[in-house]
Structures are given as C-alpha cells and as structure tokens.
Ligand binder design. Structure first.
Ligand code: AMP
Ligand code: MG
Length: 487
C-alpha cells in the first residue's frame, strides 16, 4: 500500500512531444471538498484507502497541488461528432497529469477533468459541473463492478467556483484513470492534418505501450486495428446485453482500448425500449440504443480511414468486416448467461429476439426481468413475471420454449441456478433517478447519498438487505428524466 507521495510516475505520453499535447498548468477550484472516492480505483494505484482522508488528497484532486513528477498536458485530437468531421477538438477541460506505474507494472493515466482552460477550450470555460462529475464517477465505477470495460474514477471534488450552464452551477473535478486516453479521434487528427509521420509515431507508441503482443505479427498495425475491432465488438455487446445507452458515440469518445469513455447523458434502460434516446439533444436518434451497434461499426470505418496511410485498404476492410459477426457472437454469449443457459443452440438468437420484442411492447423493466428470472424455479419465475407483459399469449409461448430449452440443459439444482444467474444479473442498477437524487443532495452539500449509492453499486450482484430501496422499480417520474447534454 502506498501513500500519495509514493506514486511512481513514468510519463510516456508526454515524451511523445509537443505535436501530441501541450503543457498546461491546472487551474484550481475554490474551497474544494471531497465528494466521494473509490477504494477500488485507489487500489489500481496501490493507494492506501486511508489516503483519501488526508487534506493532500483533496488538494491534489482539485488542482491546488501537483504531484512532483506529474507533467500536466492537454492532448490534441479531432473527431466525427454526430457524423460530421470536427477538426478542432482536444482536451478542452481536462489534463493528462501523467502515467503512474503500479506494483504490477501497469501504467495508469491520471486525467484531471475540469482543470480549466487549455488551447483546446474553444468557446468553453474549461470546467466540469458537479452534476456531470458525479454522473461520470458513479457510472465508471458501476460499469467496472458489472465487468464492463470502462475508464475508472478515483474521486470527485466539489467547489464554490460558479459555472454557468442552463442555470448557475458549481465547478467540480473528477480524477479519471485509464490505461490510455487515446481515442479514435487522435488518429483522425493526424490523418486529416496530413501529418503522416506523426500518425506513424502515434501508431508505434500505441503498439509499444498498449498492444505489444501485436509487434510479433507480420503487420503490427493491421493486428492492432483488428484487435480494436474485436474490443469494440466486445464492448458494444456488453452495452446491448446490459441495456446501457451511451448517448454521444462521437469518434472522439471512442477509446482505442475498447473502454466505455466520456460519460455524458448516458442511461441504463428502465422499461425495455430499443428506440430509447437518452441524449435529449439527439433529435434524430442517431445514438438511440438500437443504433449503437451500427454506429460503432461506422466509427470503426472512420478509424480505418485515418489509418489508410499505414495499412492497405483491403486489410482494413477485412478487419472491420469481422465486427458484426464478432458482436453477434459476444452478445449472444452474454444473453445466454443472463438467461441461465450454458449450452449454445442454433435457435438461441431467435429466443432472445422474441423476448425483446415481447418486452418492447409490455413496459417490462429490463434489468429486473433477468434478476427475477433467477429468483425462483423457472416455472414459478415465469408465472410471476407474466403479469408485466401485455402480449400474454406471446409470453406464454416464449415461456414454454424457454422451459423446453432449459430442460435440454439437463437437471440443475435451483440454488445453483439462482447463484449462477444472480452472479451475472445485477440486483442494483444505476438508474438515472437514483443518480439524480444523489446529485440533488450533493448540490446542497450533503454527500452521504452519493457515497451510499456508490457503495451499493460497487457490489451490484450481492443482496444488501438494508439497501432495498435502491433495488425498487423506478417511479414513473424517474423514467422520464431529461438529462442535459451540457456538462
Ligand atoms: P464532450 O462533449 O465532453 O465529449 O466534449 C467535446 C469537446 O468539447 C472536447 O474537445 C472537450 O474537451 C470540449 N469541451 C466540453 N466541455 C467543455 C468546457 N466546459 N470547456 C472547454 N471545452 C469543453
Ligand atoms: Mg468527449
């Protein structure tokens, strides 16, 4: 276990030079206070959890102090936003403080989000509001607890610094951790500015630091791109299987490592709705839940385009053609697990699809359905779930097929089935209304709600009897919250 001053920095990204990032000093926020910290994220840096109690922790995480060996830098990138190329993006309000090496030899980027103006701030104020910082914190740590690839969040600090969005708010900072903050948009920037030498240098850096196993392949950049396709397919399979709607799948929010990246107006589905649009600025529904698969595919073609100076078009095409089959395979594997199925059968895809169609029209809570399906023996569970559906005949027919399908899996003790299903179907879900309640309390200076919610969600599969209120069906108002895109 380490203290704050024992963290070892090895700033590999800064060493790439000034073509890739600009040195910028963080601008602190006034009267910082620790809102919430993640022990699990601290453990990634081998940090002793008691370090979060020290005044230095808040100072370091709010820009008042800097680690001695940190080298704060704003990264340059561009990207496609809502399908249109934007040549001028970059870290407008976040700074890469450097890379910390843990005892296992892993490098973790420390990124301070909300750290003030940078050369890439454009019209923005360089700040992040408390509301969105809490939302990113909760989601990062919750997705990690579910097993979904994601960036991590060490802590949130609040302040009295005023910030103006649709209403006056206050500034906050989030300390984000990730093995890398490289986005598809980084590669696009060097491609569209025709800096092909820098593009090559960036690919070599990415290979050496993040895909070293690809260096053994005949064509390392092709092997790397192929793996990005695989990881992205895996990521989207998790999102679709767990009902996670990202909301802003611009290429500057797509991680080269296949991590969930840059949380904005995201949502976990309450009632199942394939057409759900969680970003209320997304008028055309480009990033609707059901479009996430095709958008990820589109984004991978945008990345492929950026790599054409280094990789032949044929090889790129072959690699991204694998996306859909890979996605379908991974998605089906996750859905089988959620349904408690261990064997794979040809008709499973149709069984899943029929269930979703029945849910779509029924106002069925997506997460609760799977949890409750494992609660009781299947026959009984189906009877209990039945009342949530509108098309009863359709659900009965589905239930009969599901039971027949289960029978082909062979006999299993109900306690075992329950344990197996509960290990993959969360009891607790990060619903927007729960985040909203935690935010409203925090905005009044009460951080107990966000801390409790974070604690509950860090063990999403475990029964926590005292925390029953977090497992309830959402109230009707809670299903229709409009989450502002401004953050
Ligand atoms: P996002 O919508 O958070 O993914 O950000 C898109 C781009 O806008 C990125 O280049 C951000 O750095 C930048 N940006 C977002 N919010 C701000 C802000 N408040 N101040 C400066 N830049 C921002
Ligand atoms: Mg972004």
């Amino acid at each position: 276990m380490k203290t704050l001053d024992q963290l070892q920095f090895d700033n590999r990204f800064a060493r790439l030079g000034d073509a890739f990032s600009t040195r910028v000093h963080p601008q602190s926020i006034e009267q910082p206070q620790l809102v919430v910290a993640s022990r699990a994220a601290m453990a990634l840096l081998d940090l002793d959890p008691a370090e979060a109690e020290r005044p230095e922790f808040v100072e370091l995480c709010s820009g008042h102090q800097l680690w001695h060996d940190a080298e704060p830098r704003a990264m340059v990138y561009s990207g496609h936003q809502f399908g249109m190329y934007n040549p001028q993006l970059g870290d407008g309000r976040g700074l890469l403080l450097g890379q910390v090496v843990n005892a296992a030899g892993e490098h973790w980027d420390l990124h301070l989000k909300g750290a003030g103006y940078t050369p890439y701030s454009r019209m923005g104020d360089g700040r992040a509001v408390l509301r969105s910082s809490i939302r990113e914190f909760l989601a990062s740590e919750y997705l990690a607890a579910l097993g979904i690839p994601t960036t991590r969040a060490l802590c949130v600090t609040a302040s009295t610094t005023p910030v103006y969005r649709e209403r006056p708010e206050t500034a906050a900072m989030l300390l984000r951790l990730a093995p890398s903050h490289l986005r598809f948009g980084h590669f696009e920037f060097f491609y569209y500015t025709r800096q092909h030498d820098a593009l090559r240098q960036l690919v070599e850096h990415t290979l050496a630091e993040h895909f070293p196993h690809c260096l053994q392949e005949a064509e390392p950049p092709v092997a790397m791109y192929r793996e990005v396709v695989e990881r992205t397919a895996e990521l989207i399979a998790w999102w679709q299987a767990y009902g996670f709607c990202h909301g802003v799948m611009n290429t500057d929010n797509m991680s080269i490592l296949g991590l969930t990246f840059d949380y904005g107006p995201y949502a976990f589905l309450d009632d199942y709705d394939a057409h759900h649009i969680c970003n209320h600025s997304d008028h055309e529904g480009r990033y609707a839940f059901e479009n996430q698969v095709s958008i990820a595919h589109w984004n991978l073609t945008a990345l492929a385009q950026a790599l054409t100076p280094l990789i032949g078009e044929q090889a790129l095409r072959e690699a991204f053609r694998r996306f859909l089959p890979l996605y379908r395979e991974r998605y089906l594997a996750l859905m089988r697990r959620r349904l408690g199925l261990r064997l794979a059968e040809e008709t499973d895809a149709a069984l899943v699809q029929r269930l979703l169609e029945l849910m779509q029209n029924g106002g069925v809570d997506y997460s609760l359905f799977f949890r409750r399906l494992g609660d009781a023996p299947a026959v009984l569970a189906l009877q209990q779930l039945r009342e949530d559906f509108v098309d009863l005949a359709g659900f009965d027919a589905w239930g009969a097929d599901y039971l027949a399908r289960l029978a082909r899996e062979g006999a299993e003790d109900q306690a075992q089935r329950r344990a197996r299903m509960h290990a993959v179907n969360p009891r607790y879900v990060l619903r927007n209304y729960l985040a909203q309640q935690a935010i409203e309390a925090a905005e009044k200076g009460d951080y107990t709600v966000v801390r409790e919610l974070h604690a509950v969600l860090s063990r999403p599969f475990d029964e926590q009897p005292a925390m029953q209120r977090y497992a309830e069906r959402p109230p009707e108002w809670g299903k229709h919250l409009e989450i502002s895109c401004s953050s």
